[in-house]
Design a protein. Sequence first.
Lengths: 113, 109
Amino acid sequence: GAGVSQSPSNKVTEKGKDVELRCDPISGHTALYWYRQSLGQGLEFLIYFQGNSAPDKSGLPSDRFSAERTGGSVSTLTIQRTQQEDSAVYLCASTSTRPNEQFFGPGTRLTVL
Amino acid sequence: GQQLNQSPQSMFIQEGEDVSMNCTSSSIFNTWLWYKQDPGEGPVLLIALYKAGELTSNGRLTAQFGITRKDSFLNISASIPSDVGIYFCAVSLASKLTFGTGTRLQVTL
């Protein structure tokens, strides 16, 4: 497709379960970002992939959060042993030559019961 | 971490009115951006500002990069119902964006 896609659009899980969220960036975009948006809040940076470089993980809130990007394209954000405070919308963005001009997907709304 | 203060937090205006919102920081940044987020969607870039003092327009939207590099404002002229949404400012540092907490705009007919 033409834009960034994310799946699932909604995910409800029980506390303690693991979840995987997927992001398909715009074809050819070299950089990929994950953000978290809690209700009524701005976006919080989580992790950043640029080409084949080691990812910038400085925003991950705990070691329960991890992400990988396979083949320089699709990325998966994994949250292990989910907690209720993990409930939020998780947004993915990609960009090409202008790192500031990020294109966002529609997000995955995660609800941890 | 960096903190961006956006004001107002929310505003109700009538269709046809002009809107102004701003964003301030205690630190200097060389890139300021404005995004709009509709319900259930990701943010969409409206305007990017790269030079202090720069004034940039995109249709009915005008944004300025403050001369001190610590603030920016966004104006929307002659608002219409589809302007409803949350407007975020963002600054760029080391290829990462830091977002403000947003201004929620609601337009009444």
